[in-house]
Design a protein around this ligand. Structure first.
Ligand code: FAD
Ligand code: N01
Length: 538
């Protein structure tokens, strides 16, 4: 039997260090403690919640439906929590994660306001160092740092010359921001910008939206969840979750049709309209080949373009809001909660097309483009994240023989199943690159990863193994498989953060596994059934 003993006896301080206290870190630490491991969690925020601690911008809400945007592992938690809306708002999700942390008594494991700066595998263990100078030795080093947790702020010329206030949506102050009567500029029209813009328009004296690429937003159709609806969900809970676990996107929705081929124009229109009325991610479940077949995709994209044209009064503004550069779904599809497109019908809202007239610099009075100077009091960066690898690479992670993760991944991340990295024994990466992660309803993927890791550690302990590490050839094969799948899909037709395109200098590789949640889960199970095929255990 392997295992860790106290440092006094020459072993480690703890069995496992977990970095992050969002959905992933909370469940991971719970599972490990249940197995009898000693666990230390480091979280740089002052509270649990991860994404939902940091993203407090007006309108912040989740696009996954509430009954599947939560944990499924605990019947008690399930019974004791009732969601109020179809899509939960940020404060409600944060309350939920606080409730879970308290209910499972997890806070005692967490050191808040402590950032992990480095982790080095030396002398057979991980030495983890934090920003307050603490060093802890651990057998396992588990990253739960999140795929969308490292905010990205573009390096605009003279950014610091701006005399007003500026904020990134993912570092929104806890006390809020006074936007009333202000001239506000929002840069970015991804999922965040689309949620934010109508809310800011209600409060600001004038809003300028700086759009580089237009986006296809589908109505979310949020509504309160009645007690009857909730009762129906809880009555069918097990079935709903089983469907989600063995689905394409971690969502228990049926596809309406396999493809558009063979359907009449009226049937296609009716299917799209039905799913448009249902709203949210159900729309993406209209035709199964939307992300594979350019013909189907063009039909779906054109349907959405027409919807935008119908909603925006000024035809010139409407055309600027209509995406033509990328197929629908090749970037993360955003949802519209509160009349995003109609916001551009307001007199006090301006659309600045910074593709046509790029931002040249920040000035003390505001933002200058090649066409105009926009005078502003407040700038909001809704410019997204250094996604998938940003938070991981922000730590200085060193593996066997001094190999440095950021150097190993200089041309793009390389993992086996998104769970482990060759050369880095006993490192696990929850929702790591080359796992479905951001291409899924994440709590489903998070639970699957955490369970896989916990079961693996339990197995190691039972069998007397101390180390696990992917074989390089298994990682190589997995990365090639992921890339080959992505190449068969329409993802390569968009300059998206899935491909690292949003951060200058980042390698352009498709990062998540695009083969679907079910396929991925079955592959992970197969690997275990074959005695952790592709991993070296010692
Ligand atoms: P996170 O919630 O990102 O938590 C990671 C934690 O690690 C953070 O608290 C961070 O502070 C901490 N951390 C990072 N590095 C360090 C370090 N070096 N030291 C110490 N602590 C560190 N997903 C969906 O499935 N559906 C949705 O509708 C959806 N909506 C989203 C909306 C927004 C605005 C954003 C930004 C993301 C959304 N996501 C959504 C993705 C969301 O990130 C995941 O669903 C989920 O919250 C991820 O949980 P996590 O614990 O893996 O990561
Ligand atoms: O970030 P993004 P996000 N000059 O990268 C623009 C999840 N999420 O925070 O498209 C000008 O998507 C950039 O323009 P372009 C979800 O997974 C979920 O919105 O690159 N503009 C783009 O418009 C999502 O996908 C939810 O041309 C610049 C925007 O900034 C992920 O988080 C809600 C620029 C960034 O869009 C990230 O979403 C919110 C520059 N130099 C987030 N640089 C829900 O589920 C960037 N941009 C509800």
């Amino acid at each position: 039997m392997c295992g860790s003993v106290s440092n006094d006896a020459g072993g480690t301080d703890v069995d496992a260090v977990v970095v992050g206290a969002g959905f992933s870190g909370l469940y991971m630490s719970h599972r490990l403690r249940e197995l009898g491991l000693s666990v230390r969690v480091y979280e740089k925020a002052p509270d649990v919640g991860g994404t939902w601690y940091w993203n407090r911008y007006p309108g912040a809400r989740c696009d996954s439906e509430s009954h599947i945007y939560c944990y499924s592992f605990s019947e008690e938690i399930r019974r004791e929590w009732q969601w109020t809306e179809r899509y939960p708002e940020q404060p409600e999700i944060l309350d939920y994660l606080r409730f879970v942390a308290d209910r499972l008594d997890l806070r005692r494991l967490i050191e808040f306001e402590t950032e992990v700066e480095s982790a080095e595998f030396d002398d057979g263990n991980w030495t983890v160092t934090t920003d307050d100078g603490e060093t802890v030795d651990s057998q396992f080093f588990i990253s739960a740092v999140g795929c969308l947790s490292e905010p990205y702020v573009p390096e605009f010329e003279n950014r610091d010359a701006f005399d007003g206030e500026w904020y990134h949506t993912a570092r929104w102050p806890r006390e809020g921001v006074d936007l009333d009567g202000k001239r506000v500029g929002v840069i970015g029209t991804g999922s965040t910008g689309i949620q934010l813009v109508p809310e800011v328009a209600e409060r600001a004296a004038h809003l300028t939206v700086f759009q580089r690429t237009p986006n296809y937003a589908v109505p979310a159709r949020n509504r309160p969840l009645s007690d009857d609806e909730w009762a129906e969900i809880t009555d069918n809970y097990d079935e709903i979750w089983e469907d989600a676990r063995f689905s394409w996107l971690g969502m228990p929705f049926e596809m309406k049709h396999a493809t558009t081929a063979g359907l009449s124009d009226e049937e296609i229109e009716a299917a799209l309209e039905e799913r448009w009325q249902e709203g949210g991610f159900r729309f993406l479940h209209t035709f199964e080949d939307t992300l594979f077949n350019p013909e189907t995709n063009e039909i779906v994209s054109e349907f959405l373009r027409e919807k935008i044209r119908e909603r925006v009064e000024d035809p010139e503004t409407a055309e600027k809001l209509v995406p033509t550069d990328h197929p629908y779904g090749s970037k993360r599809p955003p949802m519209d909660y509160n009349g995003y497109y109609e916001t551009f019908n307001r007199e006090d809202v301006t659309l600045a097309d910074v593709d046509e007239n790029p931002i040249t610099e920040f000035a003390p009075e505001g933002i200058r483009t090649t066409a105009s100077l926009y005078e502003l009091d407040t700038v909001i960066f809704a410019t997204g994240f250094d996604a998938m690898t940003g938070a991981l690479m922000a730590m200085d992670i060193r593996g066997r023989d001094g190999s440095v993760l950021s150097e190993e991944w200089a041309d793009g991340p390389r993992t086996y199943l998104g769970l482990g990295v060759d050369g880095f024994p006993n490192l696990f990466t929850i929702t790591g690159p080359q796992s479905p992660a951001v291409l899924s309803n994440m709590p489903v993927s998070i639970e699957q990863h955490v369970d896989w890791i916990a079961d693996c550690i339990e197995y190691m302990r039972a069998e007397g193994y101390e180390y696990i590490e992917p074989r390089p050839e298994a990682a190589e094969r997995w990365v090639s498989q992921t890339n080959a799948l992505a190449d068969q899909m329409l993802f390569s037709e968009a300059e998206s953060w899935y491909r690292g395109a949003n951060v200058p200098g980042k390698p352009r590789v498709f990062t998540p596994f695009p083969g679907g949640v079910e396929t991925y889960r079955r592959e992970c199970e197969r690997v275990v059934e074959n005695g952790y095929e592709g991993f070296e255990l010692s």
